[in-house]
Design a protein around this ligand. Structure first.
Ligand code: UDP
Length: 234
């Protein structure tokens, strides 16, 4: 296997499936199956999950909610998703630990770096909930930061699109996909891969990112084997 320890970033929106809101049980099931294939190969897996299917801090001001308050609400939304994912992974026989950036003793452990690493070494899948626990950050930044802390080999950003395109493929049919990109190129071309904080953290710490379509069965597994799937940014 090409990668021994990965950080998988899943967006909250992807969990909605075809729904407009919330969690699609079929999607959850599908993710568990995809993750299990990789786990069975002995890969150490850390997961960061977003909350966009439930609440996003940036949208809060529109509804008259203070931004910082809204960001905390967004972080709590990620914990809801993380708990759902944890349950689904356990149903498929995987050992998991949920670690949160905000203390919530009844449902998860607080994030402690050394402990998280130990869980990974013991073969447990570690899910990071509540982002990094601070407002004005995103779960993409959380993914980059935790990946660096965990010494992950790569950040795998699972999306609905199969990589990074020259333009938005959902709007521009002539858009073509990059298979490899350097951080510098991505920056100069203004390609939106992750928010700047997340992107810069990866760049400065030489942590490669792979953007891929998580909804296509077998994709995650093929990346782990080292096949050219999605777009590699390094
Ligand atoms: N959030 C935050 N700090 C963090 C992580 C997340 O404040 O460290 C909040 C932020 O409001 C964000 C929301 O949680 O909008 C949900 O996360 P995100 O938008 O990254 O989820 P995704 O787009 O991946 O579904």
């Amino acid at each position: 296997m090409k990668y021994k320890r990965i950080l998988l970033k899943l967006s909250g929106e992807a969990l909605m499936g075809k729904n407009q809101y919330g969690i699609d049980p079929n999607r959850l099931e599908q993710y568990a199956i995809e993750i299990k294939k990789v786990k069975d190969e002995g890969v150490e897996i850390a997961i960061v999950i977003g909350g966009g299917n439930i609440f996003r801090g940036v949208d809060s001001e529109r509804s008259g909610i203070d931004r910082v308050q809204g960001d905390y609400m967004g972080m709590l939304a990620t914990v809801i998703n993380a708990m759902a994912l944890q349950s689904s992974l356990e149903k498929h026989g995987m050992y998991t630990r949920l670690m949160s950036g905000i203390k919530m003793e009844q449902v998860c452990e607080p994030f402690i770096k050394r402990r998280a690493v130990r869980h990974l070494e013991k073969g447990r899948i570690v899910i990071f909930g509540a982002g990094i626990g601070n407002p004005y950050f995103t779960t993409d930044s959380t993914a980059s930061l935790r990946a660096i802390e965990m010494h992950a080999d790569v950040v795998l950003k699972g999306t609905r699109v199969d990589g990074v395109y020259t333009a938005d493929p959902e709007k521009d049919p002539s858009a073509t996909r990059y298979s490899v990109l350097s951080f510098q190129e991505a920056y100069e071309k203004g390609l939106s891969i992750m928010d700047m904080t997340a992107f810069t953290l990866c760049q400065e710490n030489n942590l490669p990112i792979i953007v891929f379509d998580m909804n296509k069965p077998g994709n995650l597994y093929s990346i782990i084997k080292g096949e050219k799937t999605g777009t590699l940014i390094n």
